[in-house]
Write a protein that binds this ligand. Structure first.
Ligand SMILES: Cc1ncc(C[n+]2csc(CCOP(=O)(O)OP(=O)(O)O)c2C)c(N)n1
Ligand code: SF4
Ligand SMILES: [Mg+2]
Length: 298
């Protein structure tokens, strides 16, 4: 979808629902510098969700959607889990894949889009839970990285299978006891960011969603790098407040604790030297665009 396609015929403008009029007037489509600050004023990509009240996945979704450099040319590939509850409400093209198959589907999709639209940039983004990414889908995840498929994989890591009642996942922390894993996790949390780096990802970031600026930057970096270099990976801590016994307003504190020194989600970023150089150039281009916009306004 592009802003051109959603334009309203003048004769029908007054009978269009206000939501549609908002979409046409305020949509950020076409603005490559859109970001999380547009969440409050531009609701074109997500308005509602059906997650638990206060679930950090909901704000993670908003930041991710608001930070896409080209939502009209992006296709998400999702998988079964709490994340899949949100996709029906999202105004970005998306495909629901069989649990665990998301990176295989995304590989084929990206190749098909390249053939169908050879002159256009099309971004493919996988967004799935830790169970889908690391346990049942690990083979597909790794193979897409080994094959150097040019798309971004995002894992919403809540350290268990939330949607089916709290079973243990490879990303669960050692010793954690959940409703469906009463013995307690016997081995350490899998070091997925390091596995991604070793398996060929050109850009990897591991963080919580407590700081929107960081989420925006990581997402933009990952998508721009995937376009030019190859696979990229982002691991976002989105705690399942329901399964860890927190209240709806306690998700933010949980993320802040987890990212403090010695925590499981201290901010981590890996990039190859070529990628670092490329991202520096992209930063300079973005700064120049900002300056130009500012002086055009003055
Ligand atoms: C092929 C297949 N196997 C198993 C399931 C059952 N199932 C649905 S959601 C889910 C766990 C999801 O966990 P995760 O990927 O971590 O997402 P979360 O719900 O935690 O966000 C499982 C095992 C399924 N739907 N399909
Ligand atoms: S079960 Fe957990 S992860 Fe799923 S919507 Fe509720 S709080 Fe979020
Ligand atoms: Mg999970």
């Amino acid at each position: 979808m592009s802003k051109d396609k959603i334009k309203i015929c003048e004769d029908l403008a007054d009978i269009m629902p206000p939501e549609y009029q908002d979409l046409v007037e305020d949509a950020t489509y076409g603005d490559q510098d859109r970001g999380w600050k547009d969440v409050g004023s531009s609701k074109e990509l997500i308005e509602q969700h059906s997650l638990c009240a206060g679930c950090p996945e909901s704000i993670a979704f908003r930041y991710v959607l608001a930070s896409l450099p080209a939502p009209e040319d992006t296709v998400f590939v999702g998988s079964t889990g709490c994340t899949s509850l949100v996709f029906p409400h999202v105004a970005v093209q998306n495909i629901h894949s069989l649990f665990g198959n998301q990176n295989a589907i995304a590989s084929g999709l990206h190749r098909a889009l390249k053939v169908r639209f050879p002159d256009k940039v099309k971004d493919v983004v996988v967004l799935a839970g830790d169970g889908a990414t690391v346990d049942i889908g690990l083979d597909m995840t790794l193979q897409s990285w080994f094959r150097q498929e040019k798309f971004t994989t995002i894992c919403f890591d809540n350290e268990l299978y939330a949607n089916t009642g709290g079973q243990e996942s490879g990303l669960m922390q050692k010793g954690f006891v959940s409703k469906m894993a009463p013995v307690g996790k016997l081995f350490d949390k899998v070091r997925l960011a390091e596995i991604a780096r070793e398996s060929g990802c050109h850009y990897v970031a591991c963080l919580t969603v407590s700081k929107p600026n960081r989420v925006e930057k990581a997402l933009k970096n990952a998508i721009l790098v995937a376009r030019e270099f190859g696979p990229t990976f982002i691991q976002l801590y989105t705690p399942c407040i329901l399964e860890i016994g927190k209240q709806s307003m306690e998700g933010l504190d949980e993320m802040k604790d987890a990212e403090s020194i010695g925590g499981r989600f201290v901010y981590k970023e890996y990039a190859t030297d070529d990628v670092k150089k490329f991202l520096k150039e992209k930063d300079e281009e973005a700064k120049a665009r900002k300056k130009e916009k500012k002086s055009a306004k003055a």
